[in-house]
Design a protein around this ligand. Structure first.
Ligand code: ZN
Length: 383
């Protein structure tokens, strides 16, 4: 009897200890001080993974219903994409995941590919910009019906090759830049819109490209074409990055309609969506790695395996512990803080530059400047 009571007591203490441990873990995980940049990134990976999975299920049922001869090939691609980043292995402070590299279907891989291209071409494009300026050109032609889509895309690709040739032969102009083919679907008109985004060196080249394009498509309106300069300087490539992100994003449609997406996927199959030409051609794109390794800095180093669960938009361990374990409020709070820090920093710099300009040639009022800096520092501490 005595032993039994003792055992019970031990069990209770053990349970209490376990509970304390558990609540401590929870406090640690939900505390904002552990909301790091890498954790936020992992949070968005989960959001994109869930969105991709939901879309894949819809496309899968369309593929099965239509049952074309080559259905199997697309179903295999769907299966591969579903596996993307499915398992997350924590090895001490590393988080290892494997990707599908299906950037036409997978939002996470599309994003990774786009960032990689920015890294690959940013340097060369900045050099081209310094020489003659860079231009963002969008070229379109009238929309088409579903059954005309593949032929329309062929026609547009051929038209660009012809224009480029023409420029070289007749105008002695070698075009430097890159192009990206994009295809969108309009739910209201049920029509497809295949168009190009370009980053082109030189203003004259950009406008000549537009004019020769219009010669190819007599039914295309000049108003639907767009040419704008991308302001790039040695120290500030942010505009270029923005445009580049837009022009090279891997997602080639802006439709939620799975049916249209399947048709776009078929129409662009084995086509070169992204191409560089002229001097930019020399840059070789490095192959994207199938393994994605990131540092994990919001939990203690550990060895654990997590699997993705669509329902909770997170990876969970066998014990049910969540990997990211963040809610939208925590994410928004972190992002607000980040934005404020950036704007405070630039305000601070602006104040400093202004005060330096005003007092040039006079006695510098150092007190004012340092006062403002200390206000900034104080704000940062308060946050
Ligand atoms: Zn992927």
């Amino acid at each position: 009897m005595k032993t039994k009571i003792y055992q019970n007591k031990v069990n209770i203490t053990e349970r209490q200890e376990k509970n304390e441990q558990h609540s401590l873990d929870t406090i640690q995980l939900t505390s904002d001080s552990f909301v790091t940049k890498t954790r936020i990134k992992q949070y968005y990976k989960a959001i994109r993974k869930e969105a991709t999975n939901t879309k894949l299920i819809k496309i899968q049922s369309i593929i099965e219903a239509l049952d074309y001869q080559d259905s199997d090939r697309y179903l295999k691609r769907i299966e591969r994409t579903k596996e993307c980043l499915n398992i997350a292995i924590q090895d001490n402070d590393n988080l290892i995941q494997s990707r599908c590299n299906q950037d036409r279907l997978c939002q996470n891989c599309a994003r990774a590919k786009s960032s990689q291209r920015i890294e690959d071409y940013k340097g060369d494009l900045t050099r081209l910009a310094e020489d003659k300026g860079l231009y963002f050109v969008t070229l379109t032609a009238p929309t088409c019906k579903e059954r005309e889509l593949r032929a329309t895309i062929t026609k547009r690709l051929k038209a660009f090759a012809k224009v480029k040739d023409n420029m070289r032969k007749r105008y002695n102009i070698k075009l430097n830049g890159l192009r990206k083919l994009e295809c969108t679907y309009n739910r209201d008109t049920h029509k497809y819109h295949a168009h190009f985004h370009f980053v082109i060196q030189g203003e004259a080249e950009a406008y000549l490209l537009r004019d020769l394009w219009l010669n190819q498509f007599r039914d295309a309106s000049i108003k639907a074409q767009d040419v704008r300069e991308i302001k790039v300087s040695k120290d500030d490539a942010s505009n270029l990055i923005e445009v580049f992100k837009y022009a090279t994003k891997g997602v080639v449609k802006d439709t939620e309609d799975a049916h249209a997406e399947y048709h776009i996927l078929r129409a662009i199959d084995r086509r070169r969506i992204f191409q560089t030409f002229g001097e930019l051609k020399k840059t070789r794109t490095t192959e994207m790695s199938e393994t994605d390794t990131k540092k994990i800095d919001w939990t203690a180093p550990n060895r654990e395996i997590f699997a993705f669960e669509n329902k909770c938009k997170d990876w969970t361990s066998a014990n049910g512990d969540r990997l990211v374990n963040l809610n939208t409020i925590q994410v928004q709070r972190y992002e607000r803080k980040e934005r404020k820090e950036i704007s405070d920093k630039s305000n601070c710099e602006r104040t400093r530059t202004n005060s330096e300009t005003i007092t040039r040639g006079e006695r510098v009022d150092k007190r004012l400047c340092s006062q403002k800096e200390s206000v900034c520092k104080k704000q940062k501490v308060n946050r």
